[in-house]
Design a protein around this ligand. Structure first.
Ligand code: AMP
Ligand code: GLY
Length: 425
């Protein structure tokens, strides 16, 4: 057997609960610690705020050294954009996640668009502006719909798909005049509208080699029928039939390989997870909507259920630049996740509701997101509360099982979409 890994996992969402579940099953795991985690983790796994910091470099390094952590797995984008993988590199500790330079692929829309342009990766045409007046005068000559994107990280709220000029104006006002996104508002990307069907593809890479997980489809709008406000994601399923073998081959040769080559040429090979957000046309032509520098949430919760091998050696191999040249071992079948959200999500979710979740049944696994423990009670503590996942021979089996289980959960003042995966059934 290889090394035994002492792993630190960072993050607090359903994505991290699913990652922890996969890591816990590893044959080469010595110990797992999680920070800050959520109500789904047992107390002994969680680190406390006085033990570690993800914003204070010296406190972070002190913890890594004293705990003898030998693999750091980073869930969310913020610490990556802030350079946590570089801190690990400085002390010679492998980190599954890209450097701050590479994380700009998510941290700056402008960076990502320039890179795609250079690498000739198919994506929407764009223009970049740093003041309201020039952005607005350009926009008025453009066709609608037009997509307005704040340049920097905006917790998923920086994008407006505008179908009317007044919506373009509103978005520009918010960015430049009201500083809604703070620093992100110094720059705006105006982008043409892409038509088609969206899919999320997760690529594990060591900078040189890469492995793809099965493509997933997320449901971003809050309510059934794809209406209501944009959210982080209300449910997902995998594999997404829209990403056929032929589409995947195009994604590899036109998107993944040129991007990894460009990172390499820049002297910053990309390590970790590259999330490719695709828009696939009716004709099966893939375009990039966005890149993220981390796993998607809630897609991860269902995608990892299709993995049929130990994930930890793969994360480690990515981190040290030694990824095997082969495909990942996958289960035959489909998986789904349905998100239980608090009433008021995404704008002002209610909190503090007492949750009663029966034990997992059949193929169902429940991942926690916005939950916390208060003595013996489990309380809602965030917009997306739980992700109910299942796996089945068919997508219908997986989805039906999620919904049957959801009907047994007691969770006042919550809601969930009833149509996850319906389009693929
Ligand atoms: P992003 O944060 O870049 O993923 O944008 C959020 C959502 O806005 C995406 O998931 C798409 O649904 C939509 N979107 C972003 N860019 C475009 C585009 N160029 N054309 C159509 N829809 C877009
Ligand atoms: N579910 C979309 C994302 O993780 O960005």
């Amino acid at each position: 057997m290889d090394n035994q890994y002492k792993v630190l996992l960072l993050g607090s969402g359903g994505r991290e609960h699913a990652l922890a579940d996969a890591i816990s099953k590893s044959n080469v795991l010595e110990s797992l610690k999680v920070y800050p985690g959520n109500g789904g983790f047992s107390e002994d796994v969680l680190l406390k705020a006085d033990e570690i910091s993800i914003t204070d470099k010296s406190k972070f390094i002190e913890y890594i050294k004293s705990s003898q952590t030998n693999l750091v797995v980073v869930g969310p984008e913020d610490p990556l954009v802030n350079g946590i993988a570089d801190w690990c590199e400085e002390i010679g500790v492998p980190c599954f996640g890209p450097s701050a330079y590479c994380a700009q692929v998510e941290g700056s829309k402008h960076f990502a668009k320039e890179m795609m342009k250079r690498a000739k990766v198919p994506t929407a045409s764009f223009a970049v502006f740093t003041d309201h007046e020039s952005a607005w005068s350009f926009a008025q000559k453009e066709m609608l719909p037009l997509v307005v994107k704040a340049d920097g990280l905006a917790a998923g709220k920086g994008v407006t798909v505008a179908f009317e000029m007044k919506d373009v104006k509103r978005a520009l006002d918010e960015i430049f005049l009201e500083s809604k996104f703070g620093q992100s508002g110094y720059k705006v990307v105006l982008e043409s509208f892409l038509e088609g069907e969206e899919s999320s593809l997760f690529v594990i890479t060591d900078g040189e080699r890469y492995m793809c997980l099965p493509a997933a489809q997320d449901h971003k709008r809050a309510y059934d029928g794809d209406i209501g406000p944009n959210t982080g994601g209300m449910g997902a399923y995998a594999p997404a039939p829209i990403v056929t073998e032929a589409v995947l081959e195009k994604v590899k040769s036109r998107i993944i390989e040129p991007m990894l080559d460009d990172f390499k040429r820049s002297g910053h090979p990309y390590k970790g997870l590259l999330y490719v957000g695709l828009m696939i046309t009716k004709e099966g032509e893939p375009n990039v909507v966005e890149f993220n520098c981390r796993f998607g949430d809630p897609e991860t919760q269902c995608v990892l259920r299709l993995l049929d091998e130990d994930i930890l050696p793969i994360f480690y191999a990515s981190a040290i630049g030694n990824l095997p040249v082969r495909n990942l071992k996958l289960k035959q079948g489909s998986s789904a996740v349905v998100v239980l959200a608090a009433k008021g999500y995404p704008d002002s979710p209610e909190k503090g509701m007492v949750l009663e979740i029966p034990p997992n049944e059949g193929n169902v696994v429940v991942y926690h997101a916005g939950t916390k423990r208060d003595n013996s009670s489990l309380l809602a503590n965030g917009g997306r509360i739980l992700g109910i996942t299942s796996f089945g021979k068919t997508l219908k089996d997986a989805i039906d099982e999620c919904y049957t289980f959801l009907s047994t959960i007691k969770a006042p003042s919550t809601f969930y979409r009833k149509d996850i995966g319906r389009r693929a059934l």
